[in-house]
Design a protein around this ligand. Structure first.
Ligand code: MRU
Length: 366
């Protein structure tokens, strides 16, 4: 099976010649595979906010390209006025979604790139911003591959795996985070059996994870969220792999709503619960999960979306948080591109960042 071929699509791409950010409109999947060419900052903001492009790493990459595109046409002649424009675009794009730290991390990186080169001409700074955005994307591919290697070292052939939401190729530049060990294992003949939670209310598991794993020839079985306990009780799951939107310094992890429930179930059945986390998703300035801002979304996503007619009484109260926080006590390990962090997570994550400071990933040949 050639997973590489099945993963040949680009989730986020720059068409520099036509001044456009090109994304797959993920709201239309799996029925339509449509590329959108986004030219204005408003279009990019809307695409992030409406989850046309989604998943923590992918929205970071989209925002970095968005900032570059927004500044490419800048007529500013001096650094101060250029920087003022940059700050305005940064603030605007940063307001598109609040939880995934990659969005802010990527925008901060772009800002630092401009600031560190303030003595250069504006056209040189624009070139450097383009390079920085391209590097953010290229780095994400290396990171996912490395997470794949570390993740695979924790799994055995024929394992049953459960994943929630979509932390796949569609959420990153390539390979995904939680799916990277799955794709790598598939290439190496591990013969995994994957259970994908459908992930109410926006169905990222059904529409996106089942779509991309199925396309890549992975043995994937779709289940409703409320079936996870049954497949675990049946002994069909040997490990849970999930992605994350923000990991706090103590290891508490925000991820798609429903992840906490899966983690509690995994603990009950003695199944290891692994969080796949690029260091760009780890926020050492955020002490605990209580400090993570959880996005609240529209009630219609619960009551109306996907149905021909509303499936709840008109005006019923709805609580629709996009994410929940899994306390560190439910997490077996956090798999990063620089190694595997284990409890107690605070010192273990500090060690991961000191490895990062040396600049070399162990799997640097990938
Ligand atoms: O609301 P979404 O679809 O952006 O939520 C995505 C998730 O929760 C993913 O698990 C997370 O961003 C990790 S993606 C590698």
């Amino acid at each position: 099976m050639d997973t590489k071929k099945a993963l040949d699509f680009e989730t986020v791409e720059l068409d520099d010649r036509n001044d456009a950010l090109v994304i797959i409109d993920q709201t239309l999947l799996p029925n339509e595979f449509t590329y959108l060419h986004l030219k204005t900052r408003e279009e990019i903001w809307e695409a992030i906010s409406e989850l046309r492009v989604r998943g923590a790493p992918a929205i970071g990459i989209a925002a970095a390209y968005g900032m570059y595109l927004g500044l490419k046409s800048s007529a500013a002649c001096d650094f101060n006025s250029f920087y003022k424009e940059l700050k305005k675009i940064k603030e605007y794009l940063a307001s598109s979604r609040p939880t995934a730290v990659n969005l802010f991390w990527a925008l901060d990186r772009m800002e630092a790139c401009a600031r560190n080169n303030r003595s250069r001409s504006i056209s040189e700074i624009k070139e450097l911003l383009l390079k920085e955005a391209e590097e953010i994307k290229a780095e994400d591919i290396r990171v996912s591959k490395s997470i794949g290697e570390y993740g695979l070292s924790l799994l055995r052939p024929n394992d049953g795996l459960l994943t929630h939401c979509n932390a796949g190729q569609l959420a990153t530049a390539k390979y995904g985070t939680a799916t990277a060990p799955i794709y790598l294992g598939t290439e190496r003949g591990y013969n995994f059996k994957v259970f994908a939670d459908e992930t109410r209310p926006l169905l990222q598991g059904a529409r996106l994870t089942a779509f991309e794993l199925n396309r890549a020839g992975v043995d994937v079985t779709l289940i409703c969220d409320n079936m996870a306990a049954t497949v675990m009780a049946n002994g069909w799951v040997q490990a849970v792999l999930v992605g994350c939107d923000r990991v706090a310094a103590n290891g508490d992890t925000a991820n798609k709503i429903g992840t906490l429930g899966v983690a509690i179930l995994a603990k009950n059945y003695g199944i290891p619960f692994y969080v796949c986390a690029p260091t760009s998703t780890i926020d050492m300035d955020c002490p605990t999960g209580k400090d993570i801002h959880i996005e609240l979304r529209k009630p219609e996503e619960v009551t109306d979306k996907w149905y021909a007619r509303p499936m709840a009484p008109k005006d019923v109260n709805v609580f629709n948080p996009a994410f929940d926080v899994t306390e560190n006590k439910f997490i077996t390990a956090i798999i990063t591109e620089y190694g595997i962090a284990r409890p107690p997570f605070q010192p273990s994550l500090v060690e991961i960042f000191s490895k990062k400071a040396t600049g070399r990933m162990q799997f640097s040949n990938i």
